[in-house]
Design a binder for this molecule. Structure first.
Ligand code: AGP
Length: 608
């Protein structure tokens, strides 16, 4: 999500930090800041907006220091602003902290340890700086351990202390960071792209390890402050490969980031069998006044809405209509104060979706936004917001934003039912259990052998001129997303059909030249979908079927199958779409397409 860099050594830290932040700006770019230790005092400079603003701000200052930390932010808690930009400091100004991730229990920590403190930002991170001051016993490393013991959530943290100005301390949990080893200097960064100009020798940090960086070298300790031996690796990537984490394209990197993104979307929102949103709360009375819900969005976000409809209708029993934003506002939809309008948008800036939101507000509807970008137009103007916390999505083709939108919708569906005190307790508990398994199960799905299977399929179908996707219910919803992904990046004509609709017209187009990708994971519709698959097979189409692990039937009548690991069947769309993302990616690659920036398209569509 955010970019972190830290330096201690003989050079001027300010230029190393700015240089490193420039390389990391693609990770987050709503504000940036640095903190250095000058004459045993911490000096902090930060600025909202692009890194250029920070550079401008400090260009005439004479900041000279051999130690400092820097940060480029992608907002999670608190809108982008100078005050919310990192580094954050303790009240006495002796500690400065940069952070990537989310401290889930920051409100509880404030109440328990820091009542009466004056906070200057809305961030979860500032709590860490205040705790360092509170727990300081004259030993920086011991103090950090004490602070880590009370933190919950995912984080990478780099901290400096004015009383121990020769060192910085770093640690991580569920959030990446890498150490750079130099001659008479040490580096740390959230990814290697920030280090490459200075060193190619790096060490990887394991969870729970404490890294103490000085100009004489890096010491790694465990929780008991005993030394840990580390191997030094040599980085062979060039700068461009490093930015993409070694992946050939941002799209593939973002597909692989999904397990981590799932953790973040769920982070802090599950309490036993209850869903809780820090951002808002709704009473049964408020929910019950809504007689209807509209979900309004564009493209991939619209496809996420199609799953959301099924989730909310099933769990909360409120009728839901899903609309394309560019259609919605021009057709005089029936809505008033008894309608909830849910807008979904990764960027939070899509012009059609913003216009639909404003239309809804004009009709006195409450608006709930599901978005990735804190401080975006949609987040600012909605009454309630659920952030998906997918992290910056750079590839035009959306992947991790789509799957995290689905997770946000499951959480919302369960939440609405829970607040309405509906009787479906067991069903909700099973769904929450499934959601919690998603990070682990999705990570297991993304193996070398699975990728090899997808590549085989891509080679088999990649030269077709038309590809159909079919499925029923939620399988159809993800089929629509699969077909959009394929046409968007491979330029193959692809369409998705409700499997039962084929025989009403489209079946006429099916021949041996039109491969069909059949999504067959919804158990409730399996038998019917299987019959439709046999219909296309009878017309000589080659069929790739996405099936449940343990399904021994489908392989008997299709050409290739790809399995989805066992998980609660209602949340399975989050996993079942992953092979569809991958097959689009590999087909586009075979066809030599410009994957991250497909022709004619833009990441954020700010025109109507
Ligand atoms: C997805 O792969 C597309 N690039 C596109 O459909 C996108 O989802 C759509 O433009 C909506 O964007 P938003 O989520 O930022 O509103």
């Amino acid at each position: 999500m955010c970019g972190i860099v830290g330096y201690v050594g003989k050079r001027n830290a300010v230029s190393v930090l700015l240089d490193g932040l420039q390389k990391l700006e693609y990770r987050g770019y709503d504000s940036s800041g640095i903190a250095v230790i000058e004459q045993a005092q911490i000096v902090v400079e930060k600025s909202e907006g692009k890194l250029a603003n920070l550079r401008d701000k400090i260009k005439d200052m004479t900041l000279e220091s051999g130690i400092g930390i820097g940060h480029t932010r992608w907002a999670t808690h608190g809108r982008p602003s100078d005050a919310n930009a990192h580094p954050h400091t303790s009240q006495n100004g002796k500690f400065a902290v940069v952070h990537n991730g989310i401290v889930e229990n920051y409100l509880a920590l404030k109440e328990k340890y820091l009542a009466g403190d004056h906070f200057t930002s809305e961030t979860d991170t500032e709590v860490v700086a205040h705790l360092l001051e509170k727990f300081y016993n004259g030993n920086f490393a011991e103090t950090v351990i004490k602070v880590l013991d009370v933190l919950e959530g995912a984080y990478s943290l780099v901290m400096i202390c004015a009383d121990e100005p020769d060192k910085m301390i770093a640690c991580r949990k569920d959030s990446p960071m890498v150490l750079g080893v130099g001659e008479g200097e040490s580096f740390i960064a959230s990814d290697v792209s920030a280090l490459l100009a200075y060193t190619r020798s790096c060490m990887y940090i394991e969870e729970g390890e404490l890294c103490i960086l000085t100009q004489d070298g890096i010491t790694i300790k465990n929780h008991a402050l005993q030394l840990v031996e580390k191997e030094i690796h040599t980085i062979t990537w060039d700068a461009e490969a490093a930015e993409k984490g070694g992946f050939e394209h941002f799209m593939l990197k973002e597909i692989f980031e999904q397990p981590e993104a799932f953790k973040r979307t769920l982070s802090g929102r599950l309490h036993g069998n209850q869903v809780h949103f820090d951002e808002f709360s709704l009473t049964a009375e408020e929910i019950n006044q809504w007689q209807k819900i509209y979900i309004v969005a564009c493209g991939t976000a619209y496809h996420a809405g199609l799953v959301g409809k099924q989730v909310i209708e099933k769990l909360a029993r409120i009728p839901v209509e899903v609309e394309i934003a560019s259609e919605f506002r021009y057709r005089d939809p029936m809505m008033d104060e008894h309608t909830l309008v849910i807008v979904i948008s990764q960027s939070g800036e899509t012009a059609d979706t913003v216009a639909a939101l404003r239309e809804a507000k004009m009709h006195h509807c409450k608006v709930l936004a599901i978005t990735n970008v804190v401080g975006s137009a949609i987040a600012r103007e909605a009454d309630y917001v659920i952030y998906i916390w997918a992290g910056p999505e750079i590839s035009v083709a959306s992947t991790k934003a789509y799957t995290t939108m689905l997770i946000a919708e499951y959480l919302l569906g369960v939440y609405l039912a829970q607040q309405k005190e509906m009787a479906n307790l067991d069903e909700r508990a099973a769904i929450l259990e499934g959601l919690q398994q998603l990070p682990e199960v999705s990570a297991k799905l993304l193996t070398e052998s699975y990728l090899a299977e997808v590549q085989r399929a891509a080679e088999r179908y990649g030269m077709a001129e038309n590809i159909f996707f079919i499925g029923r219910g939620m399988d159809w919803a993800i089929a629509l997303e699969g077909s959009l992904k394929l046409k968007e990046i491979s330029y193959i004509h692809a369409e998705a059909y409700a499997a039962g609709e084929l025989k009403h017209g489209t079946l006429a187009l099916v021949t041996e030249k039109t491969p069909v990708i059949a999504i067959c994971v919804q158990k409730s519709t399996y038998d019917k979908t299987a019959s439709n698959v046999k219909e296309v097979k009878a017309r000589d189409a080659k069929v790739l079927a996405i099936i449940n692990e343990g399904d021994t039937q489908t392989a008997k009548f299709v050409d290739q199958t790809m399995e989805i690991p066992k998980i609660n069947n209602f949340v399975i769309p989050v996993l079942a779409v992953i092979p569809l993302q991958l097959i689009s990616y590999y087909i586009a690659k075979i066809r030599g397409c410009e994957i991250d920036q497909p022709r004619n398209l833009a990441k954020s569509v700010t025109v109507e």
